[in-house]
Design a protein around this ligand. Structure first.
Ligand code: ADP
Ligand code: MG
Length: 729
C-alpha cells in the first residue's frame, strides 16, 4: 500500500557511487584556483596597487579610493579570465546562512551594446535593500538601507561563476546587522589586549592572532528517502521515527571504512574545497550511522569562519551531485549522536608562538600559564554568555544527549595541567622561583613540556576542553555560524586580559617585580576560577547539582539562556571591548527569540500535518483491517472463542484507538498553544511560551506516533523508517 516508501527505499538501496572528476594535477596546482589570493593580486595588480593593498591588509588600514579602483579593475579581469559573469557582496546576516545578491558586470556602452565594468565603489561598498533581513528592530522600515562593505582581510573568490566579495553588513545608523562586524571587532580587541600581556614575555610582539580550526559534523541521507520525509525537507530533522533495532550500539561506524558512494562524495567535496582555498584535511566516519566529519587545517579566525560558511553551502551542492542530501541539523535523529562543530581555538603571536602551548623554558611556561589561566577566568566569569552564544532551537536538542556536552559550561584541563595549577596556587613565589631554577624536579613550572603527555582528551561530555596547545569549544552546534561563539570567546578573553594587564601594572607601579606581580595575579585567578574546572562525567546528576552549588549557569530553557546577553556584566564586557553596544545586543536578542519561535512554529505545523494526514489515516486503516478480521472470525465462531483467538488483535485495536485519541487531542492542544503564543507581543515572552507550552505537546505526539510505528503493518507505514534512512550501502 505504501508504494512510495518501498519505491524510494529500493532506489536508495540500488544506487551506485557517482563518478568524480579528478583533476589531472596534484592539489598544490589547483589549490586556491578560485581565490583572489596574494599570488593572483601580484599577477593582476599594478605594483604600487599591490603594495598599497597588502599594506592595508597587514596593518588593518583603510584602502584609499584610487587604490580601490585599481584593485577592482584587476580583480574583475581575473574573475572574467576564470569565467565569472557576475559579482556579489557576500555577507552574513543574522540568519545563520550567507546572503548574496548578484549583479552582472555589464553596463551600457552608449552605442547600443554593453561593456563589462567594475570599479572601486562597487567593490568597496554597496547598499543592498536589506529590509527583509532580521534586524531586531534596529532599522525602521522607512530607513531600510543597509550597507555592505568589503572586508579586505578575507580574499574574494569565485563560486558558480560569480565573483564573491566578503563584506560586513551594517545599518544606515552604523549598527552591525551581521556576524562578521562584531567578529572583526572582537578579534581586534583580543589582539590589543593579548599583545599587551604577551609583551611581558617578548617585547617585540606586535600582534596576537586568534586561530580557529572547526570540525564540521554532518549526516548524509539518500535523496529519494529524503524526498519522502516532509519533516526532513522542511525542518532538517526527523520529527518522528522509532529507533532502529541496530544503530550505534556496536560502535562499528566511528572511523570505520567509508562506503564507496560516500567516499566519492567526500573526494569531490575536498577537491572543490581546495579550489576555493579551504584547507580541508581530515575526513572520517563519525559515531552515528551515516554521520561524518570534515576538518580543515586551522586558520586565522575570520578567514576560518568564512571558510566554514562557504563549506556549509558547498557541501549541499556537492551532495546533490551524488544523490545525497546533507543534514547539518544538530539532531536529525533521536536516540543517536547529534552533530556539533568543535571550535578548536588558540591565540598566537606574530613571532610564531602559540600562547596556549607549553614551551621549553621557564619563561615560556610562565607565559603559557598566564594565558591559560586568563582563559579559565574569562570562561568562568562569562560561562552563561558562552552557553548563550552556542544556543539555538536546533542545538537545544543535542546538548545533554548522546555524547554531546551538557548545557553547563565547564573546562576540562586534564590531570597534568590541573596539578600544575594546584601547585602554583598552593606554593609561594619563592618556592616557585626555587623550583624553576632547579632542574629535574617534577611539576616544576619549567618542566611542563616534559610532562605534557595526554594532549587530547576523549571526554566528550566536556563542552570546553584544553587539548595540549589549544582549547576546544565543543558545545558549538553543527548549523551555527562559528562567529557567534568566536565573538563571545574572543571578547571575554580580551576583557579578562585587559583586567589582568591593569592589575599587574598596578602592582608594578607599587614597586613589585614583574615576575612577582604576574604570579600573584595568576594565583588569584586560579583560586577565583576554580569552579569552572571539571574533568568528570558531565552527564551525571551529581554534576548538575555540583555545578549549581558552584554557581555555574544551569539554565536549560533556550529563550531564558539568551538573557545572558543582556546582563549588566555582559553589556559592560561588550562595551569595554568595543565589540557591541547595548542597542546591538538588545536587537540581536530580539532576533534570537524570533528565530527560536519561528523554528518551533514550523516544526509544530509540520508535525501536526504529518500526524493528522499521514499517520492517523494509516493507523485507522490498519485498525479496520484488524476489525475486519475479528468480524469475520465472529461470523464463524462463538464470541468467547473469538476473544481467545483474536486476543492480540483486540489488544492492538484498543491500543491504536488510545494512541490515535491522544495524538488527536495533543495536536489540538498544540494548535491552541500556538494560537495563544502568537498573540503575545514581546518576542521574549512569545519564545518562552513556545518553549513551555508548544514543545511539550510535540514530545507527546512523537512518543505516540513512534508507538504506532511499532504496531502498524510495515507495508502500510508511509514514511521511511530510521533503519532505512540510516544505513547507506
Ligand atoms: P580531534 O577530532 O582529535 O579533536 P581533529 O584532527 O579532527 O582532532 O581536529 C583538530 C582540529 O584542530 C583541526 O582543524 C586542526 O587544524 C585544529 N587545530 C590544531 N591545532 C590548533 C591550534 N593551535 N589552534 C586552533 N586550531 C587548531
Ligand atoms: Mg575535536
Amino acid at each position: 500500500m505504501s508504494s512510495l516508501r518501498f519505491k524510494v527505499v529500493d532506489e536508495a538501496f540500488n544506487r551506485k557511487a557517482d563518478p568524480v572528476e579528478i583533476p589531472a594535477e596534484r592539489p598544490e596546482k589547483y589549490y586556491g584556483k578560485y581565490v583572489f589570493n596574494r599570488q593572483r593580486m601580484f599577477e593582476y595588480l599594478p605594483a604600487d596597487t599591490f603594495e598599497a593593498l597588502i599594506n592595508a591588509i597587514d596593518n588593518k588600514e583603510p584602502l584609499p579610493r584610487n587604490v580601490a579602483d585599481s584593485v577592482a579593475e584587476g580583480m574583475k579581469q581575473w574573475a572574467i579570465d576564470n569565467g565569472a559573469r557576475h559579482y556579489s557582496h557576500w555577507f552574513q546576516p543574522l540568519t545563520e546562512t550567507t546572503a548574496e545578491k548578484h549583479d552582472a558586470f555589464i553596463e551600457h556602452d552608449g552605442k547600443g551594446g554593453v561593456i563589462e565594468r567594475f570599479n572601486g565603489k562597487l567593490l568597496v561598498q554597496q547598499e543592498p535593500d536589506a529590509s527583509s533581513f532580521p534586524n531586531g528592530g534596529i532599522r525602521n522600515t522607512f530607513e531600510a538601507r543597509g550597507y555592505s562593505a568589503w572586508d579586505i582581510s578575507s580574499p574574494a573568490f569565485i563560486l558558480d561563476n560569480t565573483l564573491c566579495i566578503p563584506t560586513i553588513f551594517i545599518s544606515y545608523t552604523g549598527e552591525s546587522l551581521d556576524y562578521k562586524t562584531p567578529l572583526l571587532r572582537a578579534l581586534n580587541s583580543v589582539d590589543k589586549a593579548a599583545t599587551a600581556v604577551a609583551r611581558y614575555f617578548d617585547p617585540e610582539v606586535k600582534h596576537v592572532r586568534s586561530y580557529l580550526g572547526w570540525e564540521q559534523e554532518y549526516f548524509l541521507v539518500d535523496e529519494s528517502l529524503y524526498s519522502a520525509r516532509p519533516d526532513l525537507m522542511l525542518t532538517g530533522r526527523t520529527l518522528m521515527g522509532h529507533e532502529s533495532a541496530k544503530n550505534q550500539q556496536l560502535e562499528d561506524h566511528y572511523f570505520g571504512a567509508i562506503p564507496s558512494r560516500v567516499e566519492a562524495f567526500m573526494l569531490d567535496l575536498e577537491i572543490e574545497c581546495h579550489k576555493l582555498g579551504i584547507p580541508a584535511k581530515t575526513r572520517h566516519n563519525e559515531v552515528a550511522p551515516n554521520q561524518f566529519e570534515l576538518a580543515p587545517i586551522f586558520e586565522e579566525t575570520n578567514l576560518a569562519n568564512d571558510h566554514n560558511l562557504l563549506l556549509m553551502s558547498l557541501i549541499g551542492e556537492v551532495a546533490r551531485r551524488h544523490h545525497f542530501r546533507v543534514l547539518l541539523h544538530e539532531k536529525p535523529f533521536a536516540g543517536i549522536n547529534g552533530s556539533g562543530k568543535h571550535n578548536n581555538w588558540s591565540l598566537g603571536t606574530d613571532r610564531g608562538v602559540l600562547l596556549f602551548s607549553p614551551g621549553k623554558t621557564a619563561k615560556d611556561n610562565l607565559q603559557f600559564i598566564t594565558f591559560t589561566v586568563n582563559v579559565m577566568a574569562a570562561v568562568h566569569r562569562h560561562n552563561a554568555l558562552l552557553k548563550a552564544s552556542i544556543m539555538s532551537a536546533t542545538n537545544a536538542h543535542r546538548l545533554g544527549a548522546n555524547e554531546a556536552p551538557p548545557a553547563i559550561i565547564s573546562i576540562f584541563t586534564g590531570s597534568q595541567l590541573a596539578e600544575i595549577l594546584e601547585r602554583i596556587a598552593t606554593s609561594s613565589n619563592e618556592q616557585l622561583t626555587d623550583i624553576a631554577t632547579h632542574e629535574g624536579m617534577q611539576l616544576n613550572v619549567s618542566q611542563i613540556p616534559e610532562i605534557m603527555l595526554d594532549n587530547t582528551d576523549r571526554n566528550r561530555t566536556s563542552p570546553f576542553a584544553f587539548t595540549g596547545n589549544r582549547f576546544e569549544f565543543r558545545a558549538v552546534g553543527s548549523t551555527a555560524n562559528c562567529a557567534s561563539a568566536m565573538i563571545a570567546l574572543n571578547a571575554v578573553v580580551a576583557e579578562q586580559l585587559m583586567r589582568f594587564h591593569a592589575a599587574v601594572e598596578r602592582r608594578r607601579a607599587a614597586g613589585e617585580e614583574l615576575r612577582h606581580a604576574l604570579l600573584e595575579e595568576i594565583r588569584a585567578l586560579i583560586v577565583e576560577s576554580a569552579p569552572i574546572h571539571f574533568d568528570g562525567n558531565g552527564y551525571s546528576d551529581e554534576w548538575r547539582e555540583e555545578a549549581a552549588r558552584r554557581g555555574l549557569d544551569c539554565e536549560t530553557s533556550t529563550p531564558l539562556i539568551f538573557d545572558a546577553y543582556l546582563r549588566p556584566a555582559t553589556v559592560d564586557m561588550f562595551r569595554t571591548t568595543g565589540v557591541m553596544t547595548e542597542v546591538e545586543l538588545a536587537a540581536r536578542n530580539e532576533v534570537k527569540w524570533e528565530m527560536y519561535t519561528k523554528k518551533v512554529q514550523i516544526e509544530a505545523r509540520v508535525l501536526g500535518d504529518l500526524a493528522l494526514n499521514h499517520i492517523l489515516p494509516v493507523a485507522v486503516r490498519y485498525q479496520s483491517v484488524l476489525l475486519d478480521n475479528v468480524t469475520k472470525l465472529s461470523a464463524l465462531y462463538p464470541m468467547e472463542k473469538v476473544r481467545e483467538m483474536a486476543a492480540g488483535e483486540l489488544g492492538t485495536i484498543e491500543n491504536i484507538s488510545e494512541h490515535t485519541r491522544i495524538i488527536k487531542s495533543q495536536v489540538e492542544c498544540m494548535v491552541d498553544a500556538r494560537r495563544e503564543a502568537n498573540r503575545i507581543e514581546s518576542e521574549r515572552a512569545k519564545a518562552i511560551a513556545y518553549h513551555d507550552n508548544v514543545v511539550p505537546c510535540m514530545d507527546v505526539i512523537r512518543y505516540h506516533i513512534d508507538k504506532l510505528e511499532l504496531m502498524v503493518d510495515n507495508e502500510m507505514w508511509p514514511l521511511p523508517k530510521y533503519r532505512e534512512l540510516l544505513f547507506i550501502r
